[in-house]
Design a protein around this ligand. Structure first.
Ligand SMILES: [Zn+2]
Length: 583
């Protein structure tokens, strides 16, 4: 077994994909979830256990575990391979790095290495002599050294010692310049540290590797208060969420995610026993981040500060989340406390019970409308409803929109008649029905059964695949290319679905994928396969038998004895073969 096969046989695609997508059982061997490659509200993304492949019927993306990581994480094939090998403890064979070795992959490797070293350095510094003020700050926020270690918090000292470390470790200057950890000095040779005298929070990718840092000032004089790594080849701030790698498991388990405003808030929430907390890294929430969360959970609980800036960014975040089909709830903690403060003052249990009671977004919004407008007057009620309308329009589903509109109108005491007309109208227009699954063209039940069997069973491939491919070619079946590709893939070594798919003509691909991911698909036994094959063979012989009888009659009519005799011989042969089939 070569390295690639070894890696492939030791990983489960359902598990790997499951790290990024909340998968639910779709059929006996298949799983379904929201596609990570395009935006959607109902799942058309499928993963198949037994064939170890994925396929999206929305955008068409599909492949094996390597393709998934390459496309989703932007890795090269080699990086995907090494990533999986590393996680499964498979030793990675040395390779000859020719001059053509992928430069982008090399740079990413160097940047990750620099971040891992910086992380270690910052953590050491926090424990060391220069970290006193940082430790005191953490202590004021209720974090001891144990907690600091859990969250990887560090301290970036004054001076440029990190730059000196990188230089003496022999990093290329061009790599250092790309890292956003050190900067090139304008007025003298060499680099200086980007983060100085700051508390450091590591920002990790979905797999938990440090790819950037967020840094907080320790004194009021220091500006800006928060300083973050800039965009690099390993850090896309529009896509990354703080603590996603730590929150993933909890998100999948609880089917919800808590969105907080800052690093300390996330840490406070996690310490209260709620793992599934994330934050953006000092930017407004992006649609990309919303989709990343949406693939792992159905409910989003926004827990921002209760001040007006916090409310405003909460509202903006909520709008984006509604558009992506999230169920949104809003948690406003009493006493205008942020999550971190609240947990410190009232304890973990109190926070968790606040979280459980967080109202759905629309109830929260209705309460805001109540406090903003005078509902005792007709104008006030209409104004309150107008205030809510834009948010209602964000709901992707028209029926749900109309239902919500009438519920809110009732709550606010607005005359539902006129105001709701527009929502009702759009609801009766009904959203376009989902396109029906494309019919599986030109595939008889017997052919389909054989195809399924051949995909699953080596024994069946050995026994019948070649003959089936021959039969398909002789008979000119519409699927002859399909069985031909299957036979060719099986003949060229251990059978792999992706190798088969690679040989398939484009027009067959979607059909095959639909069969593989058919949720009603059941396991075909080899006996059923034999029956199906025999039936197809019989059909073929009978067709030829009828044709040969016609030829005999025609030859006799023409008085062509030689032709008639030749055809008769063929007829006898066919009769014998048909008799054999009955045995
Ligand atoms: Zn897709």
């Amino acid at each position: 077994m070569d390295f690639k096969d070894q890696v492939k046989s030791s990983v489960d695609i359902v598990q790997v994909v499951g790290e990024y997508v909340r998968l639910q059982k779709g059929g006996a061997q298949s799983w379904k979830g929201l596609c990570p490659f395009h935006s959607e509200k109902t799942p058309s993304f499928n993963v198949n256990d037994s064939l170890q492949i994925f396929k999206c019927f929305g955008c068409g993306k599909g492949g094996d575990v390597f393709t998934f990581l390459m496309e989703h994480q932007g890795l090269t094939f080699r990086e995907a391979l090494e990533f999986l090998a590393e996680r499964n403890g498979i030793p990675i064979p040395k390779r000859n790095d020719g001059p053509q070795a992928d430069e982008a992959a090399r740079l990413r490797g160097a940047l990750l290495q620099m971040h891992a070293e910086a992380q270690e350095f910052f953590e050491q510094e926090l424990r060391g002599e220069s970290g006193g003020a940082a430790r005191a700050y953490l202590k004021r926020r209720g974090l001891d050294s144990e907690a600091a270690r859990t969250f990887g918090i560090g301290y970036a000292p004054q001076g440029s010692r990190l730059a000196r470390r990188f230089e003496s470790a022999g990093y290329r200057e061009s790599d250092m310049a790309e890292s956003s950890l050190v900067r090139k000095a304008d007025d003298r040779p060499g680099f200086y540290d980007f983060f100085r005298d700051r508390l450091i929070f590591p920002i990790r990718d979905a797999q938990g590797r440090v790819i950037a840092f967020g840094a907080r000032a320790l004194t009021d004089e220091q500006q800006p208060k928060y300083l973050n790594s800039s965009q690099t080849k390993i850090y896309d701030k529009r896509a990354v969420l703080y603590n996603l790698s730590g929150a993933k498991a909890g998100m999948k388990k609880s089917n919800r995610v808590v969105l907080a405003e800052g690093y300390m808030d996330v840490i406070g929430i996690v310490r209260a026993g709620v793992e599934e907390a994330v934050a953006t890294c000092g930017t407004a929430l992006t649609p990309e981040q919303v989709r990343t969360m949406r693939r792992l959970a159905d409910t989003l609980i926004v827990n921002f500060d209760s001040d007006s800036a916090g409310r405003e960014s909460a509202e903006k975040s909520v709008e984006k989340a509604l558009v992506e089909g999230f169920h949104v709830r809003v948690l406003e903690l009493p006493g205008d406390l942020d999550p971190d403060e609240y947990v410190r003052e009232h304890g973990a249990d109190a926070y968790r019970s606040q979280l459980e009671q967080a109202p759905p977004y629309y109830s929260w919004l209705a309460e805001r409308a109540r406090s903003k407008f005078d509902l005792r007057t007709g104008e006030g009620r209409v104004a309150a409803f107008e205030f809510l309308k834009p948010s209602i329009h964000l709901l992707p589903d028209k029926i749900a929109r109309a239902a919500l509109a009438s519920e809110l109108a009732e709550r606010l005491g607005v005359d539902s008649g006129l105001v709701l007309e527009e929502f009702r109208r759009s609801a009766t227009e009904r959203s376009r029905p989902a396109p029906p699954a494309a019919p599986i063209h030109s595939l008889s039940p017997g052919e389909r059964l054989l195809l399924e069997l051949f995909l699953d069973e080596e024994e069946a491939r050995d026994e019948m695949l070649e003959r089936t491919a021959e039969l398909a070619a002789e008979e000119g079946w519409a699927t002859q290319g399909l069985f031909g590709a299957l036979a060719a893939a099986a003949a060229s070594g251990p059978f792999e679905f992706t190798a088969f798919e690679g040989r398939l003509e484009e027009r067959y691909r979607d059909m095959v994928a639909r069969i593989v991911f058919d949720r009603d698909r059941r396991k075909v036994s080899i006996d059923e396969g034999r029956q199906a094959f025999l039936a197809l063979e019989r059909q073929s012989l009978e067709k030829r038998y009828r044709a040969v009888r016609r030829r005999i009659a025609e030859a006799e009519q023409r008085g062509d004895q030689a032709q008639a005799l030749e055809a008769l011989r063929e007829r006898l042969d066919l009769e014998r073969r048909l008799r054999d089939l009955e045995k």
